[in-house]
Design a binder for this molecule. Structure first.
Ligand code: AMP
Length: 305
């Protein structure tokens, strides 16, 4: 085992950039030996305020924060944007440093997927719905890379954004099913002032598409309003969302759904917690978003429908 010196995080932190998997594992073993709590934020880089919120939450909850930056080829489909996905390591490292990250783990593609690599993790049913219909290989790629990263880093807590709701649900499933000893914490979606969920891909939007983009969040809000006004029938709630999306001519519709928040199975009626999921395309850019909702028991509003 490589020898690694671990010191308690000093008041002014020095961030390590680790590219080697064996060095990352050795450092993690040393941290565990010291009884340090490790918080982990996996990312693909091009960091924005959404990632920053995850890092800050991890910073408050844990002794040492590890952020990974790895643009994972396995989660991109053949016609997706792997080669032109934004890469800005210098800027990202500065952002991590400013936000108290202790370790930036940035392995190479060859280190993560050497030529003889041949194993995959699959979260079966969850991967086939919603995003999985448009992106059939996506969650297999996510599940495999998240499993690898959790095995390398062994964090006490890993932090994920609600923005990618189906991803968090799939990750929770895999850590449960594979007995991985990491708690999964979901952090709220960070939005632009007009409601658009922040995303590394928003930079691809033209000015006109950017003006249209908040319609997805507005559609989800319309669904939530319908529930607050008493609708319990998923068809009516979906209709409220669809009507909002129809107001924006640039939108190419993919899906909106009213789902069970854990299984992501579509609901016909909501009786308690649910999640509203949506995906649209604006030109070549896909946008996804979601809202957690809760139907209050009838009678408490005085008037129900
Ligand atoms: P990515 O770099 O896109 O793979 O995202 C890395 C992590 O950041 C994932 O857990 C995402 O869900 C999370 N994330 C991305 N955008 C946001 C956002 N707008 N608000 C909160 N979390 C986000």
């Amino acid at each position: 085992m490589e020898h690694v010196n671990v010191q308690r995080p000093p008041a002014i932190r020095l961030m390590r950039i680790i590219r080697s998997i064996s060095l990352m594992s050795a450092y993690r073993r040393a941290l565990h030996h010291e009884g340090v709590r490790i918080g982990f934020v996996p990312t693909m880089g091009a960091l924005h305020q959404g990632h920053r919120a995850l890092i800050r939450t991890a910073r408050l909850a844990c002794d040492v924060v590890v952020v990974s930056i790895f643009v994972n080829p396995a989660q991109f489909g053949p016609r997706e944007d792997f080669f032109r996905y934004p890469r800005q390591m210098k800027q990202d490292a500065a952002m991590c440093r400013e936000n108290g990250v202790d370790v930036l783990f940035a392995p190479s593609r060859d280190a993560m997927y050497p030529p003889d690599f041949q194993t995959a993790v699959a979260v079966h049913a969850l991967s086939q719905r919603w995003e999985g219909v448009q992106r059939p290989t996506h969650f297999g790629g996510v599940a495999t890379v998240v499993t690898k990263l959790l095995n390398i880093i062994h964090p006490h807590i890993a932090f994920f954004g609600q923005k990618d709701y189906q991803q968090v649900v799939a990750v929770r499933r895999l850590v449960t099913d594979l007995n991985i000893d990491t708690a999964i914490e979901q952090c709220p979606t960070v939005r632009e002032s007009d409601g658009l969920a922040m995303s590394s891909r928003n930079i691809y939007l033209t000015a006109a598409q950017r003006r249209a983009a908040p319609v997805l969040y507005e559609a989800l809000q319309a669904g939530k309003t319908a529930i607050h006004e008493g609708s319990r029938d998923a068809t009516r709630i979906r209709r409220a969302m669809l009507m909002k999306l129809a107001e924006e001519p640039l939108v190419q519709f993919e899906y909106v759904s009213v789902c069970d928040p854990d299984s992501l199975e579509p609901l016909t009626k909501i009786t308690g917690r649910a999640v509203l999921l949506g995906a649209i395309r604006l030109g070549p850019v896909r946008l996804i978003d979601n809202l957690s909702v809760k139907a209050k028991a009838k009678g408490r509003r005085g008037k129900g429908r």
